[in-house]
Design a protein around this ligand. Structure first.
Ligand SMILES: [Cu+2]
Length: 185
C-alpha cells in the first residue's frame, strides 16, 4: 500500500510541473553548465521582468575581457519577447574600464560603440568605460525577437572577444541562461 502511494505522489508531481515556483524552474533550466551561477538570473513572471547580473571581467579569462567569465558568445541569455530586461552591470576588472550595450548580431564585431539594438540598452560611458567596481543598470523592453550581442563598447574590447549573446523569442514562458552550443557561436 505504501509503495503505491509513493508512486502516485511522484506521478502527481511530474504532472504539474508549473506548480513549482518560477525561480526554482529557472534555476533548473540553467543548471547543467557548472560555470554558470544560478544567482545571475532572476525571473519575475508577474511583472515579466528578467534581471541579469552582468559582471565585466569576472575572471582572468581573455585578459579579463569577458562577461561573467564567458567570451566570444559563449554564454546566452534568452528572454521572452516583450519582457523587461534589467542588467545589473558591474566592472569587476581591477585594471581596465568596461561598458556594455546590446547590439545587433553583426560579424565582424564593431571596434567601437554603435547604436544599441533596443532603446536605452546601454550603460553610461560606452566608449570610455566604467572604472573598477563601478556599476550601472541597463533597463529596456525586449520588444523584437532575434539574436543580439551584449558587447563592450570600449574600443577594441568587443572585437577582442568581450561579448556574449542575448536571444529574444516569442514562444517562451520565462528566461534562461546557458552556455552557448559550440555550433551557434
Ligand atoms: Cu571592456
Amino acid at each position: 500500500m505504501r509503495k503505491y502511494r509513493s508512486v502516485s505522489f511522484v506521478v502527481g508531481a511530474l504532472a504539474f510541473p508549473w506548480a513549482a515556483s518560477p525561480l526554482a524552474t529557472v534555476a533548473q533550466t540553467a543548471a547543467p553548465p557548472t560555470a554558470i551561477d544560478r544567482a545571475w538570473l532572476a525571473a519575475d513572471i508577474a511583472t515579466r521582468t528578467a534581471t541579469f547580473q552582468l559582471i565585466a571581467g569576472l575572471t582572468g579569462l581573455n585578459g579579463a575581457l569577458n562577461y561573467d567569465g564567458f567570451r566570444d558568445g559563449g554564454l546566452t541569455l534568452t528572454v521572452p519577447l516583450g519582457w523587461t530586461v534589467v542588467m545589473h552591470f558591474r566592472n569587476h576588472d581591477g585594471m581596465l574600464p568596461h561598458s556594455a550595450e546590446v547590439i545587433d548580431d553583426v560579424h565582424p564585431l564593431p571596434t567601437q560603440p554603435v547604436t544599441p539594438a533596443f532603446a536605452r540598452a546601454e550603460t553610461v560611458r560606452l566608449a570610455e568605460g566604467l572604472p573598477s567596481e563601478q556599476m550601472d543598470d541597463i533597463r529596456f523592453v525586449a520588444d523584437k525577437g532575434g539574436s543580439y550581442l551584449i558587447f563592450c563598447g570600449v574600443p577594441g574590447h568587443g572585437a577582442a572577444g568581450m561579448w556574449i549573446r542575448l536571444a529574444v523569442a516569442g514562444s517562451l514562458r520565462q528566461p534562461s541562461l546557458a552556455a552557448t552550443p559550440a555550433s551557434s557561436r
